[in-house]
Ligand binder design. Structure first.
Ligand SMILES: Cc1ncc(COP(=O)(O)O)c(C=O)c1O
Length: 375
């Protein structure tokens, strides 16, 4: 059987990873400044992560949500503490799109409404509702099409206000747009958006799937502003590669038995991975590290000539080239063994290194980058 061919792939075969590095089958070492779509938070093959998953697997890998799973409470407690959202409640699932799907469902159940305001350039995943919330027409199959999503310009509060009526269940916004090219919502925009939602009886869902888990120098990117979302979606860095996602849900939103559900969500092994990630972020002070190391990277990038519009926060960085970035990225990878990411716009480059990236690794990255930049 052949694989269903939906992914454009580099001709590279990584077989091993450690920290910010991966090795291919010939033993060639690559510096990973992309983390496989922003997934690698605590670094490849972190020993505590490997130990915790291994230990859990030796005990019990899986049983469904029909029994007590104390490690879920351990995870939600630690997440509440580290994120500052002690009173929010946690629902666990398996991926980012699934977190979005469930967050929209919760908003709709809670408000008994069905419209959602979303933003230009947004990316929320590829399942039915998530893909309709995403601003890429070619990903939306006829079966996904519906008229329940209203799309407005990011940071345009007036445009949002014009669409607000009693049919709007939620506004869905990324902490920082990732696939959309590292575009930031303004702090005041977010704060006023929350007020607008509150006045209208709609919920505010912040998608932190890419921007969360310390990547921006705070646990969540939206915490640079002063407001609390009703729902926060998480995935990617949450599991450092182990498939896990979730929603933080405001305590005013009440659950009922059967409201949401999934077979695999919150399984023992996924929770062990999720806990290991939080423990490492905590014990290694990775959020403080992001703040200091990212300053070095930002300063170095800013000193490069002709780099257009460097944007983002912490270790979630985007900038534009004058031309398509494809050849640039290919040269970084093939000639200098460095992974970086792309975005919706063909000339954009995204940098998403592991949170613990070292100064020495920044030097390697910058040397390679400059060679391609000034070639
Ligand atoms: C902000 C955001 N939301 C949702 C998703 C979808 O996550 P997943 O691919 O795990 O379904 C992504 C994936 O890139 C994302 O960046």
């Amino acid at each position: 059987m052949k694989m269903f061919d939906v992914y454009p792939r580099y001709d590279i075969y990584p077989v091993r990873g450690q920290g910010s590095w991966v090795w291919d089958k010939e033993g060639q070492k690559y510096l990973d400044f992309y983390g496989g779509h922003a997934v690698i938070s605590i670094g490849h093959g972190h020993p505590h992560y490997v130990d915790r998953i291994q230990h859990q697997l030796q005990q019990l890998g899986f049983y469904s949500n029909s029994i007590q799973i104390p490690i879920q409470e351990e995870l939600s407690h630690k997440l509440g503490e580290m994120s500052g959202y002690i009173d929010h409640e946690l629902f666990l699932c398996n991926s980012g799109a699934e977190a979005i799907e469930n967050a929209l469902k919760v908003a709709s159940f809670h408000t008994k409404r069905s419209k959602v305001i979303v933003f230009e350039n947004a990316f929320h995943g590829r399942t039915s509702l998530a893909v309709t919330a995403t601003d890429t027409a070619k990903l939306i199959a006829p079966i996904n099409q519906n008229d329940r999503f209203i799309r407005v310009k990011l940071n345009d509060l007036e445009a949002v206000a014009k669409c607000m009526d009693t049919s709007v269940a939620a506004v869905l916004i990324e902490g920082i747009q990732g696939v959309g090219g590292i575009k930031l919502p303004d702090n005041t925009f977010l704060e006023e958006l929350k007020l607008l939602c509150k006045q209208n009886g709609s919920l505010l869902i912040v998608d932190e799937i890419q921007s969360g888990y310390g990547r921006t120098g705070k646990f969540f990117a939206h915490q640079y502003a002063q407001f609390e979302p009703d729902l926060i979606t998480i995935a990617k860095g949450m599991g450092n590669g182990f498939p896990i996602g979730g929603i933080l849900i405001h305590p005013d939103i009440k659950p009922w038995s059967g409201m949401l559900g999934t077979t695999f969500g919150g399984n023992h092994l996924a929770c062990a991975a999720g806990l290991a990630v939080l423990e490492v972020i905590d014990s290694e002070g990775l959020i403080d590290h992001v703040n200091s190391i990212s300053e070095v990277l930002w300063n170095a990038l800013r000193s490069l000539e002709n780099l257009i519009q460097i944007r983002g926060r912490g270790l979630m960085i985007g900038f534009d080239l004058k031309e398509d970035s494809k050849l640039f990225r290919a040269s970084l990878l093939k000639d200098h063994y460095v992974f970086v990411g792309s975005a919706m716009q063909s000339n954009t480059i995204r940098l998403l290194p592991p949170l613990g990236v070292s100064k020495e690794e920044l030097v390697v990255f910058l040397q390679a980058f400059k060679k391609v930049w000034y070639a």
